[in-house]
Design a protein around this ligand. Structure first.
Ligand code: C2E
Ligand code: MG
Ligand code: MG
Ligand code: MG
Length: 279
């Protein structure tokens, strides 16, 4: 009886795995088609400078609407693109799109593009970025690149060399989701990041946790000494914005200020010349 049950268990398990594999393969094919047709779009989320109280940049966030399933979260399709070898093509496409779309906005608004660690392994990232700037005509000073600690796992020396080269074009380099996972303070000895984006989890706890408050203040102090801007992301309440400003964060981003916007809405949002004060 026991053997039979196990046997059936295995069959059911196999069938489920099989269905998941087929499902995944279908999603992968749909994604490949969408990339080939240049259908992955970008939404842009404003980042507010606390000092000036205005929008200083917007972050480009990938958006894919599957023809049948509707919107698929970027965490999901970016992973998929990384796993099935599509990320370099997609990443290049999004860089071009972001640079092109940013040309329609006021010249004091920069655009930040997220990069996958795999784009650094392709060998032609520098050319790709230079080409996106040249074709669009966007000045390098208006492009920022967001990288994550995932980048620092493999081939660290080569990675930092590539970051240096990108930076020497005049592009600001941000470290995203800082303070969780394996991100390490020693990165700052290796490379002068222009901006540090504190992970949202610190923002979530900022009003309730003394530890998060101390961490944010310490990172902000480091930023001041090392001449790095400190961005707090995922801000949803005024209380959070007030504290983060008080603790020395130089930039704020989150639903409190704006959800990610369609490219044609960025200009209006920026020119509403809203001055944010949380004092
Ligand atoms: P990320 O770069 O850390 O982006 C921040 C995420 O937080 C975005 O989710 C944004 O919409 C969300 N967010 C912003 N403000 C708030 C808030 O106040 N509350 C909450 N709950 N969430 C907020 P999204 O667009 O789903 O992107 C998720 C992740 O997907 C990104 O994290 C990034 O790692 C990745 N991603 C998105 N676009 C791209 C891309 O073009 N290339 C690459 N390589 N990765 C991308
Ligand atoms: Mg980001
Ligand atoms: Mg982030
Ligand atoms: Mg993230």
């Amino acid at each position: 009886y026991r053997a039979k049950r196990d046997h059936r268990g295995i069959c059911l398990f196999d069938a489920k795995m099989d269905a998941e594999m087929r499902d995944r393969r279908r999603l992968e094919n749909a994604l490949r088609k969408a990339v080939e047709a240049n259908q992955i779009e970008l939404a842009y989320q404003p980042v507010i400078s606390t000092y000036q109280g205005r929008v200083s940049s917007v972050e480009a966030l990938a958006r894919w609407s599957h023809p049948v399933r509707g919107p698929i979260p970027p965490d999901c399709f970016i992973d998929l693109a990384e796993e099935c070898g599509l990320i370099n093509k997609l990443g290049e496409q999004l860089l071009h799109r972001a640079c092109r779309e940013a040309c329609d906005w006021p010249a004091n608004v920069a655009v930040a593009v997220n990069l996958s660690p795999l784009q650094f392994q392709s060998g032609d990232l520098l050319d790709t970025v230079a080409c996106a700037l040249k074709e669009s005509g966007l000045p390098a000073q208006r492009l920022q690149l967001e990288v994550t600690e995932g980048l620092m796992i493999k081939d660290v020396d080569r990675t930092f060399r590539q970051l240096e080269e990108l930076r020497s074009l005049g592009i600001a380099i941000l470290i995203d989701d800082f303070g969780v996972g394996y991100s390490s303070l020693s990165y700052f000895e290796r490379f002068p990041f222009d901006k540090v984006k504190l992970d949202k989890s610190f923002v979530d706890r900022i009003t309730t946790s003394k530890t998060s408050q101390a961490i944010v203040q310490a990172v902000a102090g480091l930023g001041e000494k090392l001449d790095m801007a400190i961005v707090a992301e995922g801000i949803e309440t005024k209380a959070q914005a007030r504290l983060l400003t008080e603790y020395g964060c130089t930039h704020l981003q989150g639903y409190l200020f704006s959800r990610p916007l369609a490219p044609q809405s960025v200009r209006d949002f920026v020119s509403e010349t809203k001055v944010y004060a949380h004092g």
